[in-house]
Design a protein around this ligand. Sequence first.
Ligand SMILES: [Cu+2]
Length: 477
Amino acid sequence: MVRISRRGALALLGGGGVLAGLAATGGARALAAAGPPEVRPPLPRARLLDADEPLRAGRAVFSGGQEGFGYNGGIPGPTIRLRNGDAFARRVENLMDQPTTVHWHGLVAPQDMDGQPHDEIAAGSGRDYAFPIRQRAGLNWYHPHPHGTTAAQAWYGLAGFFVIEDEEEAALGLPSGDQELFLVIRDAQSAAGGMFGYVADIAGTEGEVPMVNGVAWPRTTLARGFARLRILNGANARVFRLRSQAALTVIGNDGGLIDTPQPVDEIEMAPGERVDVLMDLRGFEPGATVGLNCNAAGWPMLEIEVTEGPETGWEIPGHLSEIETLVHSGEPDRTFVFQENERINGEVYEMNRIDFIVPFGAVERWRFASARGAPHPIHVHGAHFQVLEGTVPNGGVRAVRPWERGWKDTVNVRTHETVDVLVRFDVYEGRYLLHCHKLEHEDHGMMMNFVVSRNPDEARKRAELERLYGPICFSEA
Ligand SMILES: [Cu+2]
């Protein structure tokens, strides 16, 4: 396996200096194999999905003739951009030779629109999705969720952005247009099986090369001033630790804007998580380059050349958004222990088993605990949650990280950590999922079905019958 040397990585990421370009750094020969080329390819920017354009999951050919899958041929697929209150309606066509589903990650959707493993779209067929947008502004995304093959389909390129806007966000005047970048960061294989050669590893498949928007080691330009980077970790299993020579301020995450801006040195991102970050390029001369780097892998993933820009005088607002604080005074209502590569509380996922019932509208405190196989990024469908303090192995406190404020739908639980969250399902009743977003863990069964119900006793009885007999059709009488 070719990796950038520790020394090379430190040289690239160290201090506040401007990234000078790899050819000029020491150890360029060693870096050449695993590092960026002398001339980096341009960063692709996803286009918007056209008004009546179906979403098509199918084969795609990427740069260098690599074959994979893509939505409408791209990584990421075309971006869906709507406002809170809009109606979403879209046909999804499966042009692949295998079943798929599309899950709208971060969107609160009715059960039959949630793209769960239960609702496969057969090869060669399609499905119409339609539901109202009933949530605040935020960066969501869509990806496949078929049981047992999510990891491979995601690895081969299926992912796209689903952006929601609202008035509260618009009022802030955040950087937009060319100064707003949507970035899906992930890793890929290298020469061994090609960039998209998928080698399943139950412990979580990691690649040797970083990709941003489907391209390895890209470059782009941003004007002096502030830029808004909206980043998704679309990797199967890799945790990124993002750094830059430019100052970074977190303003949002999975669930939209947080309350107040959080300046950070580093942002840890596990698969499925999103961050909304302001990059301060005011102090850089035109022609300077800064990077978006991964400090964990030693990767200068994205190079940004600073160009001349107008003096806007815009400053980061001191207050970003109003966040309702969920309140729960008791012990955890439920504890979930994530074990090895496939189990939650000792059980492996079964499609027709309902694992627990949640009362509609109640605030519950859930404890996520990681045993072996961590980190486990835990994702909940059907609602957002608020992260509370947890514990670390030596009995210390696991503080809420700056990018975990506000609302989340995915939280990273490291080895032997516990993380408590408060969650309230108050939009839809129905069956939803709780699972590890390390995709190989998810595929191997680190997932649970639960039902949100106004009548938990009835839901429990029904779940018992369905466990014995499979889905049951009840009359409405
Ligand atoms: Cu896991």
